[in-house]
Design a protein. Structure first.
Length: 294
């Protein structure tokens, strides 16, 4: 079932578990992720960013796919715009049927971030769409971002930001970065800051740059109050690795076989990830049509 991301994350916040939010750019990734979540009785968030939408996951084509597969799933599925920064992109996602939009104005001065976030909240909430914002800045691993605390989220500022914007979830910067880390590097996260943020805000918190963060860090982050973990690089890598494995086994494998292998690899990856962040067995329905839950 397609639901608001807020409804998923409010439950995760109340019960201290994490939900995977996977960037998905085609039917194979969407189906692999939703099937994995369904089999593990877990909620899942499917997301894509404006760049991915522009290059491949066109709204008019990908949104009906997500809606169709979510409607058949016996678990909650949300559709999120990842790292929206332009008003036109946010409005297009809301009109297309996304159930959450993220406004990322974190690189702007503080007051500008507040004003842009308030604007998106004012547009989204009347349409039943929730909003994720970011305070502090999660940069790029390739640029060495996330190694120092220069851009980490300030606790007192976060309290003011949430009160003034009315956002439903907050992405916080505690030491992760987007993309691939240097080989062998595992980020060191500021768990004390995360604890302070959770205590102060008592709301769903989001970890961007979940790829490459390490199983230990992910488990500790969830225990410390992270409820949504964004995963892009590792999901894409799982699909690629599956196709390369098949080609090594059978160099004559055709395109259909490669796409099926990619989907199976994504599905296996998502199932493993669900267990790491503790969202498995959160939704076990005895009667899907009526929505009754065990």
């Amino acid at each position: 079932m397609l639901v608001s991301m807020k409804s998923i994350l409010d439950d995760a916040n109340e019960n201290y578990y994490g939900v995977m939010s996977m960037n998905s750019i085609n039917i194979e990734m969407v189906r692999g992720g939703i099937e994995a979540a369904s089999e593990e009785h877990s909620p899942i968030i499917i997301q894509m960013g404006p760049g991915q939408i522009g290059k491949h996951a066109h709204l008019a084509e990908i949104v009906p796919v997500v809606k169709e597969l979510a409607a058949k799933a016996p678990v909650p599925v949300a559709l999120n715009l990842d790292h929206g920064s332009k008003l036109d992109d946010e409005i297009a996602a809301i009109q297309a049927g996304f159930t959450n939009v993220m406004i990322d104005a974190s690189s702007l001065p503080y007051e500008e971030n507040i004003q842009k976030t308030k604007t998106i909240v004012s547009l989204a909430h009347p349409m039943g769409v929730s909003v994720e914002a970011e305070l502090g800045h999660v940069g790029q691993a390739a640029d060495g971002d996330g190694i120092t605390d220069d851009l980490y989220t300030n606790v007192e500022q976060a309290k003011d930001f949430v009160a003034r914007t009315g956002c439903d979830a907050l992405a916080v910067a505690i030491g992760t970065a987007h993309g691939n880390y240097p080989k062998g590097f595992v980020p060191k996260l500021d768990f004390d800051r995360l604890h302070e943020l959770k205590e102060a805000l008592q709301m769903p918190l989001v970890l961007h740059g979940g790829s490459g963060s390490g199983e230990g860090n992910l488990k500790k982050a969830v225990a410390g109050g992270i409820n949504k973990i964004n995963v892009c690089t590792d999901a894409f890598a799982a699909a690629k690795a599956g196709m390369l494995e098949l080609l090594e086994e059978n160099p004559d494998a055709d395109f259909l076989a490669l796409q099926m292998k990619a989907e199976a690899s994504v599905k296996a990856f998502v199932k493993d990830y669900i267990h790491i962040i503790g969202s498995n067995d959160r939704y076990v329905f005895t009667d899907f049509e009526s929505g009754s839950q065990e």
